[in-house]
Design a protein around this ligand. Sequence first.
Ligand code: UDP
Length: 333
Amino acid sequence: MRILVVGGAGYIGSHMTKLLLDEGHEPMVVDNLSSGHRDAVPRHVFLNGDLRHRVLLDSVLSSRHFDGVMHFASCIQVGESMTDPGKYYWNNVANTLNLLDAMMMRGVTRLIFSSTAAIYGEPRYVPIDEEHPKAPLNPYGRSKWMVEQVLADYERAYGLRHVCLRYFNAAGAHPSGTLGERHRPETHLIPLVLRVASGNAPAVKIFGTDYDTPDGTCIRDYVHVTDLCRAHLLAMEYLMGDGASRAYNLGNGNGFSVKQVIDAASRVTAGTIAVSIAGRREGDPARLVADSALARRELGWQPQYPGIDTIVAHAWVWEQRASRLQPAYAAAR
Ligand code: UDP
């Protein structure tokens, strides 16, 4: 398949690009490097470009035939979305309209869209299935839910066939150790814990120990990044086979608390992780766990790395490599 990977130099997008190449497909990446990394994708498949620029999108999409588009490009920080919602609505919603219109003009009618569990808001029940009410708590989640609704309208009116993949907590790194998570700033639990393990930070903060969970810390469903990418591939194949537009939750169906993740990191790194107890982070539900039965049934998705120790172990190989190869980067984070 020939696939345009928008945002393909970011964390999940770069793993996707590698998977497509490894499986003999032809990805082409467009990324503005606002949060992606130039060295995360091979030079011959990379184009520096921004979704704001419709002319660029028109020229890329008319340069060759594409079977479909995978759209990873978005801003993802919940806290920032509260203080700067305009950035989220422009980047995640308006720029996506640019992409959709360019696709429609060129007759590219298959899209895999990176959505999120944040569209559900405070869970009314767990595990969360796709029918759970959508009540996002912040502009980030709202921007993703808006796009999902736009996609449904584009399907009805223009025949855009799409799969929305609602990620729970994307985590881990490529098993080869060549790719991993590098956010600026880093806000995610596993890389922050591993930064402490590698001596690049003094302690990890635990945001809240008074939740209604067995150990008082928040529970999340961590899903390996390469398992997420496999789901994208299956979803694109599903659309190639004329499957109808769908939305799927992607998680393992297992919840791990913040303390359990820290314990896993202690086991994997054979070290003690210093922690400090902090107050709750605004907007954090106590427990987010996916019901992914639909993706398993309809796409045949089967996570290969469901265990938290494996997820953390792969992230640890990457963390050690990143701090060895890029000490200045590690120090600056
Ligand atoms: N968390 C924490 N300390 C940190 C970062 C995160 O205790 O330094 C907690 C956070 O409150 C949440 C869980 O770890 O309960 C996962 O957070 P992350 O930011 O990785 O993903 P999110 O669930 O926000 O998508």
